[in-house]
Design a protein. Structure first.
Length: 192
């Protein structure tokens, strides 16, 4: 019999295609693992820069050095509601606030509400939120009177007005009358 040369037919996927697939999968994994870090919110917000006060000086630079600055370092965060409510304005304006488990008092809006201390004194809180259309809740946090909340933000002078873009509707816009300062909150969560 005659010998017929038979060429072995290559079956399957070529090696270059497997290599390309491996590079694509590795790229996607790197993107997922490394790219996520950019999208996460920081656990501790960066303290805001000092701003000009109505008196012409710079508030926030050296605030908290006077009487009533019982909490931490001169420019450290205020973590005690009583300190915030009893300290002089110049000791708190411009400082970061990190309050835990504080009671919500009157709540004219989820994006603008009062927190109340044991002595009945209160502080207004403005939360930067995007308004949720056609719902009674202005944003992601539904704050009701009596709720316990955790707040991170900065004390701002009321004379500067409400922060631009704040979703405060109704009678509290822009800010309630008679307040000297308020908390410009970057994060409000219900305490667990």
């Amino acid at each position: 019999m005659a010998e017929i040369p038979i060429e072995k037919k290559r079956s399957g996927i070529p090696a270059w295609l497997w290599l390309l697939l491996a590079v694509v999968v590795a790229g996607i994994l790197l993107w997922l693992l490394l790219g996520r870090e950019d999208n996460r919110l920081p656990e501790t917000p960066v303290a805001s820069a000092p701003y000009a006060s109505a008196a012409g000086g710079v508030a926030g630079a050296g605030a908290g050095t006077g009487a009533g600055a019982e909490t931490g370092a001169a420019n450290g965060p205020i973590t005690d509601l009583a300190t915030l409510l009893t300290a002089p304005d110049e000791a708190v304006v411009g400082r970061e606030v990190r309050l835990s488990n504080v009671p919500a008092g009157e709540v004219p809006a989820d994006a603008g509400f009062w927190i109340t201390g044991e002595n009945g004194a209160r502080e207004y809180v403005v939360l930067h939120e995007v308004r949720t259309p056609n719902t009674p809740i202005e944003g992601r946090v539904d704050v009701d009177q009596g709720d316990r909340v955790d707040i991170v933000g900065t004390v701002r002078p009321a004379s500067a007005g409400a922060p631009e873009g704040a979703a405060i509707p109704g009678p509290t816009a822009p800010l309630p009358d008679g307040i000297n300062h308020y908390i410009d909150a970057t994060r409000v969560t219900k305490a667990s």
